[in-house]
Design a protein. Structure first.
Length: 192
């Protein structure tokens, strides 16, 4: 382990980074495309609904993330699992202000977490749009999505101690630039 870390340090010292594939999924209108834009710069653009996969690259510590925004309309949800075998981490976005769709979000998230072609990669569940007054707080939404028993903690617990897929929720506002840095650092910890 020490030797491997040393090699990685040496690689990043000379500018080589480990590539990591990150999938951004979730229901339509959750904020996935906005998130992808936020990763690259801080301007807030409006995106039309996504029908074709978009991707962007960003560096975080020793990792070079390629993040894929897959679109969330029911017809494009079917392609999510085609990407699963090759991913290193998942961001599942939920609109925390749209309580009418929590049940639908739960169904999709459950099928992701139980999908047999998804390797044991970390899953960060982003509760987006917490700037909106209708937004439901983290604890309540965690209960609505039945995630209390799946969550493994925001602190960086070594993978061996976690003993299963790391899963955690993060309250986020892409408009107010809040919360997503923490989610990305948490993912990077479990991917490195
Ligand atoms: N208030 C608020 N609105 C947000 C936030 N993030 C995204 N939105 C808005 O939510 C709407 C949908 O955002 P998109 O990023 O296009 O959603 P998407 O998940 O890519 O949707 P599909 O491509 O249809 O799957 C847009 O009007 C965004 O401006 C946020 O943090 N707060
Ligand atoms: Mg989109």
């Amino acid at each position: 382990m020490f030797f491997w870390n040393w090699i990685l340090d040496l690689f990043s010292y000379f500018g080589f980074k480990k590539n990591a594939k990150l999938l951004i999924i979730g229901l339509d209108n959750a904020g996935k495309s906005t998130f992808l834009d936020r990763l690259a710069d801080s301007r807030l653009a409006q995106n039309p609904p996504t029908w074709q996969t978009r991707s962007k690259q960003l560096d975080l510590g020793r990792l070079r993330f390629t993040a894929y925004d897959l679109g969330g309309h029911p017809t494009v949800r079917r392609v999510w699992k085609d990407y699963f075998p090759a991913v290193d981490g998942i961001i599942f976005m939920v609109d925390s202000a749209d309580s009418k769709r929590f049940e639908e979000a739960k169904t999709e998230l459950d099928s992701v977490l139980t999908c047999d072609v998804l390797p044991d990669v970390p899953v960060a569940v982003l509760f987006n749009k917490i700037d909106r007054k209708e937004a439901v707080d983290e604890d309540l939404l965690t209960a609505q999505l039945n995630l209390h028993t799946s969550k493994t903690g925001k602190e960086y617990t070594p993978r061996e101690k976690v003993g299963r897929r790391p899963v955690e929720t993060f309250p986020v506002s892409l408009v107010k630039l809040m919360g997503y840095g923490e989610a990305m650092r948490w993912l990077a910890y479990y991917i490195e």
